[in-house]
Design a protein around this ligand. Structure first.
Ligand code: MLC
Ligand code: AMP
Length: 473
């Protein structure tokens, strides 16, 4: 049986032999593990027994406290992107049936944003100055730690159920692969509502016992100033770091630079090596599976490859006869327990013999190294490391009264990997108005970066839009 999920909180000494006042720094606010545990204990006491709790996941120490408090109490956490508009927030709150929303709001009075037009939710303030000892039992490893909302190709995001045991297994496997210990200082500035920033970037540090510096935003200057030993970033972050050679050189004293959530372009890999002296570790994962494949601290790191399966993970490529590439499928202890309220979608994501279908196209070299070639569906877009469903953005655009038809694609982009481009048939509305409309309804990162106006969408004889026939962005 694996250790309790929040190991280093239970034993605040860690390997480094003692707590420190800046064990965690998030957005400039530092606290010790003991302070975090005390404030989180107060959260746990308030929400114990709730079936589920939402957390407005702004990049703050209050968010970390809220998440830890809920995990102490065994209450599943639903992170809500802090900039999500009413359409996205209401969907998440209604679908998850979260009746409580933990926020850092100091007054505790619900803001207009939280109450929105429809979501029936009670706002619970998180106060870092509160202290309470929590002595509840360690929750069952099979119980749900997180409901993480993630986009599919069509429709609204689905809630992936992630168990405590899956999180613990993944973090232990990653600690092994990256030689991650309490001696490390982890630095990143990734959002606290996805696997990368929240599960790896917060719970990883708490489980291992390493210091954590969350920079608020993942800018090259903030990474350079943080003086960490272990850095996490999405490829867009690393692309921006190598555009700022002085900031990049400041990372040469680090132990390990880790990239994930989207393909790291080979030129960025090489520039990082040249400027920092480090060949970055690349790792691959998904909300539904957590991180499953990685290169290692003590192993080869090859541009364009994500390495070998983590401990406990098995992979296979379902290739047509004679082909080397096909859908990547996996099994292992880090997999999710299905989509909340969506048994058909859950069943459809597994093969008949019980392997998870990632939807990614991959190849496995004879030496076991994995290469991710692309996604099977072009309707799942990765922009800046964010997963965005074309259908969700199309539906948001169609909610605008001036829009009659909409088709959304991910166009190749040097910095973001892909950028969202919307093709619309509409009258009397500007590009900027439509971009702001989507940013206001969904999360800001789901907004199109470009809007092209067409007389009609290209369609086949059946009337289905033909995205391949759209003009270049
Ligand atoms: C811009 N802004 C607007 C706006 N346009 N606000 C309102 N309306 C509009 N129309 C504001 C934004 O709110 C933001 O404000 C600022 O402008 C910049 O926003 P942006 O242009 O969208 O940011 P950008 O520079 O593109 O961000 C790049 C990035 C970001 C790398 C920082 O994409 C990012 O954080 N990516 C990480 C995604 C991630 O963690 N994915 C992991 C998924 S888990 P302000 O105030 O905020 O500056 C996973 C599993 C795995 O994939 O394998 O890891
Ligand atoms: P998400 O559910 O947001 O975690 O997105 C998961 C998707 O991100 C995967 O299905 C892949 O398409 C992509 N992804 C994650 N890590 C990598 C990587 N290292 N290389 C290529 N694609 C990646």
């Amino acid at each position: 049986m694996s250790a309790p999920l929040l190991t280093s909180l239970a034993e605040p000494g860690g390997e480094s032999g003692g707590d420190r006042p800046d064990a965690l720094t998030v957005g400039g606010r530092a606290c010790s593990r003991e302070e975090l545990l005390g404030a989180a204990g107060a959260v746990a006491a308030r929400i114990a027994g709730a079936p589920v709790v939402a957390v407005r996941a702004s990049p703050t120490a209050e968010t970390v406290t809220a998440v830890v408090g809920a995990l102490l109490a065994g209450v599943p956490v639903v992170p809500v992107p802090p900039d999500s508009g009413p359409a996205e927030r209401d969907h998440i709150l209604r679908d998850s049936k979260a009746a409580l929303l933990l926020t850092g709001s100091p007054t505790g009075s619900p803001t207009e944003e939280d109450t929105g037009p429809a979501a029936p939710v009670e706002t619970v303030p998180v106060d870092l100055a509160e202290r309470a000892a929590w002595s509840g039992p360690e929750p069952d490893p099979e119980s749900t730690a997180f409901v993480l909302y993630t986009s599919g190709t069509t429709g609204a995001p689905k809630g992936a159920l992630i168990s405590r045991g899956a999180v613990a297994a993944d973090l232990d496997a990653l600690a092994g692969a990256w030689a991650w210990t309490a001696e490390d200082t982890l630095v990143h500035g990734l959002p606290l509502f996805h696997v990368h920033g929240l599960v790896l970037g917060v719970l990883g540090a708490l489980r291992v016992g390493s210091r954590l510096v969350h920079t608020g935003r993942p800018t090259p200057a903030a990474y350079a100033a943080a003086g960490g030993s272990l850095y996490f970033g999405v490829p867009t972050v690393w692309h921006r770091v190598v555009q700022d050679p002085d900031a990049a050189r400041a990372l040469s004293g680090a132990r390990l630079l880790v990239s994930g959530s989207a393909p790291l372009p080979a030129p960025v890999f090489r520039d990082l090596e040249q400027l920092t002296g480090h060949r970055p570790v690349e790792r691959y994962g998904m909300t539904e599976t957590l991180i499953t494949i990685s290169t290692r601290a003590d192993g080869e790191r090859r541009p364009g490859y994500v390495g070998t399966p983590l401990s406990g993970i098995r992979t296979r490529v379902a290739a047509e006869e004679g082909a080397e590439i096909g859908e990547l499928q996996l099994t292992g202890p880090t997999l999710f327990d299905g989509y909340l309220n969506r048994p058909e979608a859950t069943a459809g994501s597994y093969t008949e013999d019980g392997w998870f279908r990632t939807g990614d196209i991959a190849a496995i070299e004879p030496d076991g190294f994995h290469r991710i070639v692309g996604r099977a569906s072009t309707d799942l877009i990765k922009s800046g490391g964010y997963r965005i469903g074309a259908g969700e953005v199309e539906n948001a655009l169609l909610d605008h009264p001036a829009v009659r038809e909409a088709a959304v694609v991910g166009a190749p982009h040097e910095d973001l990997g892909q950028q969202i481009v919307a093709y619309v048939v509409a009258d009397g509305v500007s590009e900027a108005e439509l971009i702001d409309f989507v940013a206001g309804q969904l999360s800001v990162h789901k907004r199109p970066r470009k809007v092209r106006f067409l007389e009609a969408l290209p369609r086949n004889a059946m009337g289905k839009p033909q995205k391949k026939l759209l003009p270049p962005a």
